[in-house]
Ligand binder design. Sequence first.
Ligand code: PMT
Length: 437
Amino acid sequence: MAESVTRPLAGKTVVLGVCGGIAAYKAAELARLLGKQGADVRAVMTAHATAFIGELTLQTLTGRRVFTDPFQLTQESEIGHIELADAADLIVVAPATANTVARLAAGAADDALASVVLASRAPLLLAPSMNVNMWDSPLTRDNLRRLVDVAGARVVGPGAGFLACRWVGPGRMAEPGDIVEAAARTLSPQDLAGRRVVVTAGPTYEPVDPVRFVGNRSSGKMGYAIAAAAARRGASVHLITGPTSLEPPPGVDVSHVGEAREMRDETTAAAGSADAVVMAAAVADFRPREVQASKLKKRGGDEGAATIEMSENPDILATIGARRSERGDALPILVGFAAETEDVVENARAKLARKRCDLVVGNDVSAVDAGFSVDTNRVVFVTEDGEEARELDEKAGVAHAIVDRLVDGLARAGSDAPHLARRANTRRGDGGGDGDG
Ligand code: PMT
């Protein structure tokens, strides 16, 4: 998987414009995080910004001289605002104060930052931060709209909350991690723009009694990585997740579920308007037949062993596949996973047919570096046309490879997916919903 897709900021020159607002202190963390993504960060500060954060801080974190004054000959000859404007792959202004937003919207070139922005053809990302009334001002809104409509700027945030000016409301600069994600998205191909993708992730927990459940070792990492990759590439993503300790990726709609039947209800409802459904969740195949109203007690002695009778859970993937085939539900792409401990390709191929998917991602979950909980995975893509075995990769890399498949499949399917529907209808099936996993 090309680094330009998995790490879009790597090797890119990112001009970080810092303005004079209290959130300027967060620019230090932002510079650090951008550098961690492999970007060459070139900080440009307004005069007011230097009152909030020292030049030395940004210089130390970026390893580059900070540009503050295009009118100082020594600085200009060392860096040069045109040179910086030309070198930029992306300009991020964070915090973007009301004053600088107004100057940029007016096309001003009255300081280093405004000069670089005006002279550059690089995409512009603004992270506004200001007093709530300044944010609400029609003048600020008009300035921002102008920057978006006329200059093609993108905006991340602001968030709402308790502001340094003691007002409560919108005006807080977006968190540095969210700004980095917005920057990565700005430099990523938007090949899923306008598409709706539903992703399932994590385990399901099937209750035994008020304190116990039957679950599995899925951490949610694989599904969350797919949701993040699809969102970064422009899709509107609905992540349906079982219990995990992960933070959902920014910009993704999230439904938290517990049991398999809840996941089924959410997923089948969401699938109705989706372009693609990707089922990375480890759905429990069985649930206790009865949920005890109170905590099961140890009985001790010869009667110590407890027996829990199990019922079969619905197979969500097979249900969606069957509806598509039999009712003609308009779902262009259906992707399942196959968690296998042996004969990965054969078992994945059997699931492809039985669950009527377009792609099954087989993974050998007995390998220590693949499958459950770890950060890497080794998968084989199985389709009607053949197999593609992939090398061990970060789950983010696997996720982007799956997104590539979605992009290709959707391009082939066309907007109303007639050929996939037809192909699905010609398959022989068993009605779905049964069989193991
Ligand atoms: O979450 P991680 O720690 O990152 O681990 C990732 C993973 C190992 C969970 C993931 O890569 C994976 O393999 N997910 C599928 C796990 C699974 O349940 O596999 P299966 O072979 O039992 O099921 C096949 C497919 O049917 C899966 O897409 C599954 O979501 C779906 N299924 C299974 C049972 C069921 N009752 N309903 C379903 O929809």
